[in-house]
Every structure is written in structure tokens, then in C-alpha cells.
Design a protein around this ligand. Structure first.
Ligand code: MG
Length: 219
């Protein structure tokens, strides 16, 4: 099993970011979407990671860049077809992630029935915190996520509003895709996701455990 020290560097060796869309009841209601029957799964490339000190760049031609604050789970070691009751064995720790979305790209792609990879995978689309040790979050089913734009609160919710809790999400994804040490599962955004403009600053946190801050710049 991966040591905590090694997992601190998950951003440098993890191979993938698996993401779940529409996973909070209040967000689905806010966007007028039905509650999905199974997790909606997509990927973000690890090349889209940015860390504090760097900025979020609006991708070329994007007119509506959206923020989504999410709890990320860092996988401790290789696993596939994990049962829900065994998932905790494969959680090495956590991170806080912004699932930045070129919302106009995504809407256009969906309308044409095309993949929306670019809308979620562009460079700087995945601002990510430092590693959060597993023991820091004793109950991942009820931890607060918050996000502010220019000091105004835009998202504030608990992971207890998830439609598919973390064990279900990881078990489901691992039924099809092998998860490996350092991979990250981002678990969906609470209500309040919305647009940001160049010049604005996003600050987000996980209760008072960790916070991250990123400026938004034009491309
Ligand atoms: Mg998301």
C-alpha cells in the first residue's frame, strides 16, 4: 500500500482524474436535471492540474467559464471491481478540486451529441489542493464544501447531499476502469456552480481543513 509520504506527490504520478457529474441533489434540482440512475462518469487529464501560485486560464474562445468545488478522493493502491463495503481500504486521502468547465463548449457539444472532453479537460481546468491525509476527514459523508468569488460566497454545502455517496461512486467506476495509486476521483459539485470572469479570484475550502485560492486570467 502507498505510504502517506508518497501519496503527498499524487499530482506528479497519478494517471487520471475520474469525475462524476450531477451528483448533488440540490444541483440537479437547480439545473432542472433528473436525478441520474447511475453515476455520470467522465475524465479530466492530469495535464489540467494547476496548483496554488498558478492561475486559471479561460480557454481560447470560451465565453462562459464555470466553477464547481468538489471533494477529491486520492486512491491508495491499484484496484478493480471493488465492493462498496471495501472502498475505504483504497482511499489514501483527499484533495480539494475545482472542476472548471467551459460551459458554452459543453452545451454546444451536448446539443450535437459530441463528446465534451475539451470543456472539462483544457489546460488549467483542474485546480487542486495539496494532499489531505485520510485521518483529517473522519466522515466523508458529511463534510462542508464552500467556494467564494471575490469574497462573495457562491457555494456552501455538505457532502451529505450527494446522490451517489463515495463508496458507490468508487465501486461503480472500478467495475469498468482499474484505479491506480495516485488517481483522483472527484465526486461532483454542490449547488451554486456558476460563471467567473477574468480578473476575479476563486477561493474554496473544505470546512476549515484546507482552502485554495486561484485567480482567473484571460487566454
Ligand atoms: Mg463537476
Amino acid at each position: 500500500m502507498a505510504s502517506c509520504d508518497r501519496l503527498r506527490n499524487f499530482r506528479t504520478f497519478g494517471k487520471k482524474v475520474m469525475a462524476v457529474g450531477r451528483n448533488y441533489r440540490a444541483l440537479a434540482a437547480e439545473q432542472g436535471n433528473p436525478v441520474p440512475e447511475q453515476p455520470i462518469v467522465f475524465m479530466k487529464p492530469t495535464s489540467s492540474y494547476v496548483t496554488e501560485g498558478q492561475s486559471i486560464q479561460v480557454p481560447l474562445g470560451c465565453k462562459r467559464l464555470y466553477f464547481e468545488v468538489e471533494l477529491g478522493v486520492v486512491i491508495s493502491h491499484k484496484c478493480s471491481q471493488v465492493l462498496e463495503e471495501e472502498v475505504d481500504e483504497y482511499i489514501g486521502g483527499y484533495c480539494l478540486v475545482l472542476d472548471m468547465t467551459a460551459q458554452d463548449f459543453q452545451v454546444n457539444a451536448k446539443a450535437k451529441g459530441h463528446p465534451w472532453c475539451l470543456s472539462k479537460g483544457f489546460d488549467t481546468a483542474c485546480p487542486v489542493s495539496d494532499f489531505i491525509p485520510k485521518e483529517t476527514i473522519p466522515n466523508y459523508n458529511d463534510v462542508e464544501l464552500w467556494l467564494k468569488v471575490n469574497d462573495v460566497t457562491r457555494q456552501k454545502s455538505s457532502t451529505s447531499d450527494m446522490i451517489f455517496p463515495i463508496p458507490k461512486v468508487i465501486s461503480y467506476i472500478s467495475s469498468y476502469i482499474t484505479l491506480e495509486e495516485g488517481d483522483v476521483i472527484i465526486t461532483g459539485s454542490p449547488a451554486g456552480a456558476g460563471p467567473v470572469e477574468p480578473g476575479e479570484v476563486i477561493e474554496a475550502g473544505l470546512a476549515d481543513i484546507i482552502s485554495i485560492k486561484f485567480p482567473v486570467k484571460s487566454s
